[in-house]
Design a protein around this ligand. Structure first.
Ligand code: SF4
Length: 498
């Protein structure tokens, strides 16, 4: 009995080792082929079982009559061009390789069977266990494939299922967002950008950073306020609910790898691509008071590309009007991949609806137009600014009828803060001259102030704890540096610089 058990155990070991080794090697090989060299660098693209086995787990499970235990193949999904698709393929590779092995052994089994019992009895004694091992190999490989497809973490089935579901349930997708340090933020920033970030941080792996180098492309002559502006901006981010536990927050200039990648991308970016960039021409025309004919300003899109792809970001949130700007980044990425291999995923636009936020003078809300209502404005100041905000210019007197659709105040504040009932009341009151503009504005001011209250409370707490911002930026820098360094290792390898 004991002898039979020992015999069976010994016969089981080679098929188990082979099944596990092929399974793990298939994961590693497919990951490598899809652009992630992590497993390859750690020696996991090999049929040497020792590299894949967890010896203690294997022994424990072997004696209980179960399969051995393999160390999970290390994968860095950021290296994949199409993250979800690649994770599905890598996860399927293990179970499929086992099914393939099972099919091969089944063919061998059938051949032995077809040869008949005489053939088996004529085999040398030492070869006889081979038939039993073939039989065991079929069972073990099929069982390993089926077991791994159960959708329970950490089995392969859960990764396949997780990445076939919509993004919310999928593995983290790298995302990137930046903001130039212009100081305190206003309602335009909040509704145009930060409200979107709050949603994104729940759904994606996000990198939010203060683009201080970008600020220098236009404000190189006057960098004195940048440091204070960074602080104010990060306080505003945190005050509205950007959570450092969910998103990586840092300062662009703290990660020197952005600059290194910028230099390398500069080598391959054709000058005409930059010169014909419509934003470049528009800004040179619009900002006459500054000399923007600099190398840095022309190369802004190259730095922007480096910011995006260094985190292997595959989604970049942009409003519809900015979508063409990302096209240049995609072209530069394609050119890099063409010369040096598929190192970077091509960043895709994540179109976001950006509500219209107009300033007190009816133009787009902007600090430079001096028409902004800031998130840090005290309630009395918010009220004062709203009460003096421009309305429908056709409504000069209380008795004149107006049109809410031509009223900057309505388009911004009622649209953002009023419910349907109030909006209907305003529409009727304005178009029939039943209400005055002050009455109309006062119906929404308390809602705006109430929405700002928790934001301003958080701001106060953060201002009282100056070390907190430094700590958050330094934590974010550590995390971002790790990712950026890893990417740069691949970039240097791909370019033959390592
Ligand atoms: Fe604008 Fe309201 Fe005045 Fe109409 S009543 S013009 S919607 S502020």
């Amino acid at each position: 009995m004991v002898q039979e058990f020992l015999q069976r155990t010994i016969l089981t070991i080679p098929p188990i080792l082979m099944a596990l080794t092929v399974h793990e090697c298939a994961h590693a090989w497919v990951a490598y082929r899809l652009g992630d060299p992590t497993a390859k660098m750690l020696g996991r693209v090999t049929l040497n079982p020792i590299r894949h086995l967890d010896p203690i787990g294997t022994l424990m499970l072997l004696f209980s009559g179960l399969f051995g235990w393999a160390k999970p193949v290390p994968i860095n999904p950021r290296n994949f061009r199409n993250m979800s698709r690649s994770i599905v393929l890598v996860s399927l590779a293990g179970p499929l390789s086992n099914l393939f092995l099972a099919a091969l052994f089944a063919i061998a089994y059938k051949l032995f069977e077809a040869a008949g019992p005489e053939f088996l009895s004529s085999m040398p004694t030492l070869w006889r266990p081979l038939f039993a091992m073939i039989e065991l190999s079929i069972i073990i490989n099929v069982a390993l494939a089926v077991f791994n497809m159960v959708p329970v973490p950490p089995l392969d089935g859960s990764k396949v299922l997780g990445n076939l579901l919509p993004p919310k349930q999928s593995f983290a997708w790298a995302k990137f967002e930046r903001m130039r340090p212009t100081g305190k933020l206003h309602f335009g920033h909040y509704h145009g950008v930060l409200a979107n970030w709050l949603k994104l941080q729940e759904e994606y792996e996000c990198f939010f950073f203060v683009a201080d180098w970008h600020a220098l492309t236009t404000d190189y002559a006057n960098p004195a306020n940048i440091k204070d502006n960074i602080r104010e901006m990060v306080i505003d981010w945190l005050s509205v609910g950007i959570d450092p536990a969910k998103a990586t927050i840092f300062r662009q200039s703290s990660i020197k790898e952005h600059a290194e990648l910028h230099v390398l991308l500069s080598m391959i970016t054709p000058l005409p691509w930059l010169e014909r960039n419509p934003t470049y021409k528009e800004q040179i025309e619009a900002i006459k008071e500054k000399d923007l004919l600099t190398f840095g300003f022309l190369g802004y899109p190259v730095l922007q590309t480096s910011d995006i792809i260094i985190y292997k970001a595959n989604k970049v949130p942009v409003g519809i009007d900015q979508a063409p700007h990302l096209e240049l980044s995609r072209e530069i990425t394609r050119r890099f991949n063409h010369f040096y291999g598929e190192v970077f995923p091509e960043p895709q636009t994540l179109l976001t609806a950006i509500p219209k936020v107009l300033g007190t003078d009816g133009r787009k809300m902007s600090k430079s137009y001096n028409n902004a209502i800031f998130l840090s404005d005290p309630p009395a100041e918010v009220e004062k600014k709203i009460l003096t905000m421009m309305t429908d210019t056709a409504r000069k007197r209380r008795t004149d009828v107006g049109s809410p659709d031509l009223c900057p105040f309505f388009l911004t504040f009622h649209n953002l803060y009023s419910n349907e009932e109030t909006i209907n009341w305003v529409r009727e009151g304005c178009t029939k001259a039943l209400i005055g503009c002050i009455e109309c504005k006062k119906s929404v001011i308390p809602k705006v102030i109430a929405a700002l209250e928790p934001v301003q409370k958080r701001r106060k707490d953060l201002e009282a704890d100056p070390g907190r911002i430094t700590e958050i930026l330094s934590e974010g820098t550590k995390k971002a540096t790790q990712v950026a360094r890893e990417t740069m290792t691949h970039v240097r390898e791909a370019m033959g610089l390592e």
